[in-house]
Each structure stands twice: as C-alpha cells, then as structure tokens.
Design a protein around this ligand. Structure first.
Ligand code: HEC
Length: 100
C-alpha cells in the first residue's frame, strides 16, 4: 500500500518531458506561442509585454535555458529546445520580463 502511494506520488510530482521540437524557421516568439503560452500569459492584459517577473539574479539566458531544458516540479522540461533556438527563446523571455 505504502509502495503504491509512493509510486503515484512520484508520477504526480515528477516534471514531465515535452517532445516539442522547434521548426527550423521558428523564432523566439513562435516557440513561446507554441510551447509556453498555454501556461505563461501576461499577468495584466493591459500590459501584454510583461509575462514574467524574474528575480534579478535569474534574468539571464543561463537561468532560462536551465529552466526550459530541466523543468521543475511544476513545469515540464523541453530537452529539444537547444542552441540558437534556445537563445532566441531566452531573448524573447527576457524582452517580456520585468526584474525584481
Ligand atoms: C504546463 C505549464 C508550463 C509550460 C508549458 C511552461 N511552463 Fe514555465 N513555468 C510553469 C510554472 C508552473 C512555473 C512556476 C514554478 C516554477 O518556477 O517551477 C514556471 C516557471 C517558469 C520560469 C521561471 C520564472 C521565475 O520567476 O523564475 C521561466 C523562465 C519559464 N517558466 C519559462 C518557460 C518557457 C520559456 C516555456 C516554454 C518553452 C515554459 N516556461 C513552459 C509552467 C509551465
């Protein structure tokens, strides 16, 4: 019984992996719309250019890449967003963030 509960807890908590692969023509914006916008929407519809509010130390490409490729408890990971596509996506995210 305990074992079954632990196994189900693992599946509920473990971040899932998305197979999404950007097309060769994809831009930061198109990737964001296809892969991210279902969960990440502007906090205030009147200010559509602000989607994220990042801690100052996280407002960089390294952190965003880590988050996207590694996921978290709540966010799926996207291991197939890499290289120049990951860079364009990071730029898009940073251009749509405020820092705190
Ligand atoms: C299934 C929903 C979901 C999808 C799809 C998703 N995210 Fe997330 N994301 C979350 C949740 C929930 C959080 C907040 C919890 C956390 O930080 O893990 C988050 C956190 C983040 C953060 C950290 C924000 C901070 O304040 O530090 C970034 C950056 C981010 N997501 C970028 C993306 C990008 C880029 C994509 C598309 C490739 C994406 N997310 C797709 C659910 C999602």
């Amino acid at each position: 019984m305990i074992k079954i509960m632990l196994v189900s807890a693992f599946f509920i908590l473990a971040a899932c992996t998305r197979d999404y692969t950007p097309a060769s023509s994809a831009t930061g914006e198109s990737i964001f719309k296809e892969a991210c916008a279902e969960c990440h929407q502007p906090k205030d519809p009147a200010v559509p250019q602000v989607v994220f509010s990042l801690n100052e130390k996280n407002a960089n490409e390294r952190y965003i890449t880590h988050k996207v490729q590694g996921g978290s408890l709540m966010m799926p990971k996207f291991p197939k967003i890499t290289g120049s596509k990951m860079r364009s996506l990071s730029t898009y995210v940073l251009n749509h963030s405020v820092t705190q």
